[in-house]
Design a protein around this ligand. Structure first.
Ligand code: TTP
Ligand code: MG
Length: 348
């Protein structure tokens, strides 16, 4: 049994901005694009959430819900610096840290002996240290695996934590809505709803065979997650082998032009993610396509520089393999293994 902590900062960008301008305290504040630029919000504080304002909401819509909303511009450089401070704190506890984004990470504390090995007390201490150093709050989830730890960190948000002990798993997942499973988007959730399945407990009634028939390889994963099982390891950046981004369409699409448009959008996201990646030496580019029937294919080629055109060619190649509409598209890069990367540096 592992001990995993998932830490997620509370309304990260907004907390930083309010911290740096205390006159904003207690007021509804968001960070993102302005109304006249037809912008979208990155996030907002909990005061703004009371009005129904949310991340990724168009700014004009947020103003309709909350006319007093204060919108501040995005200051990535500042958020990146704060993110670095959080990471330094994490590494005091364990080197098994897997950052998921600027404000979120998994920590494997299975072998940590501090706090008599109590992951709950460690999470408490980490959150306190974040408050002391950064003057903003974080929430934590503590569980025997990544899947449950991530759900748990959301349970007592903001500024809270929640523990799922091995003995609690059975009861916890029984009531857990299937929507909480990563990868179960609106479309799959609706499909389940039509089958009378709303909770993981109900999902457990489907056999492995049935799930695989309906969802392919993802079915196998659903079978495990519905039981609170997740064997994925905390993957530190050092051993990161690839980096990818993907999107699931709200409706399956069969239009090639739309697929190409999606690839361009994914490309910007991947470029952005690569800016924060400690690995930079690209070895391959790949495209992943999941079809409406949940079968999937991936196409890759050697490439040392990130190029949109290469992804477009790979997409065309992948689409030719099956004549079906597309449910999900992903693009990514594989990095040189560390040894090779080292060699490459020597050669330069
Ligand atoms: P989240 O952790 O999803 O959100 P949050 O930290 O703002 O709020 P919560 O308390 O619910 O955790 O994302 C972290 C940061 O990433 C967020 O502060 C802003 C950025 N972000 C975007 O830019 N766009 C988005 O759509 C989302 C969800 C987040
Ligand atoms: Mg957060």
């Amino acid at each position: 049994m592992r001990k995993i902590i998932h830490i997620d900062m509370d309304c990260f960008y907004a907390s930083i901005e309010v911290r740096d301008n205390p006159t904003l305290k207690g007021k509804p504040v968001a960070v993102g694009g302005t109304r006249d630029q037809r912008g979208v919000l990155c996030t907002c504080n909990y005061e703004a959430r009371e009005y129904g304002v949310r991340s990724a909401m168009p700014t004009f819509q947020a103003f309709k819900l909350c006319p007093d909303l204060i919108i501040l511009p995005v200051n990535m450089e500042k958020y990146r610096q704060e993110s670095q401070k959080i990471k330094t704190i994490f590494h005091k506890y364990t080197h098994l840290v897997e950052p998921l984004s600027l404000d979120e990470a998994f920590l494997d504390v299975t072998d940590c002996t501090e706090y008599k090995g109590s992951a709950t007390l460690m999470a408490q201490a980490i959150r306190q240290e974040i408050v002391d150093t950064l003057k903003i709050t974080a929430s934590a989830g503590i569980a025997p695996n990544k899947f449950l730890a991530k759900i748990a960190s959301d349970w007592n948000k903001p500024n809270g934590q929640f523990v799922i002990r091995p003995d609690d798993i059975k009861n916890f997942v029984h009531q857990l809505p299937v929507k909480k499973i990563f990868g179960v988007g609106k479309v799959t959730a609706k499909k389940f709803e039509q089958m009378g399945i709303n909770t993981c407990g109900e999902l457990q009634n489907l056999s492995q065979k049935e799930l695989i028939k309906q969802f392919g390889k993802f079915g196998l994963r659903l079978y495990e997650l519905a039981r609170g099982t997740d064997h994925r390891e905390v993957e530190t950046k050092r051993d990161r082998k690839s980096l990818s981004v993907e999107t699931t369409f709200s409706e399956d699409i069969d239009n090639i032009a739309l697929c190409h448009k999606a690839i361009s959008q994914l490309f910007s996201r991947l470029e952005h993610r690569l800016q924060y990646s400690s690995k930079t030496k690209i070895h391959k580019q790949f495209v992943k396509i999941k079809f409406a029937d949940f079968t999937h294919t991936s196409v890759e080629c050697i490439s040392h520089h990130l190029q949109l055109g290469v992804f477009q060619q790979l997409l065309d190649e992948g689409l030719q393999r099956q004549n079906k509409s597309v449910r999900l598209l992903g693009i990514g890069v594989r990095f040189y293994p560390d040894v090779l990367e080292h060699q490459l540096e020597m050669e330069v």
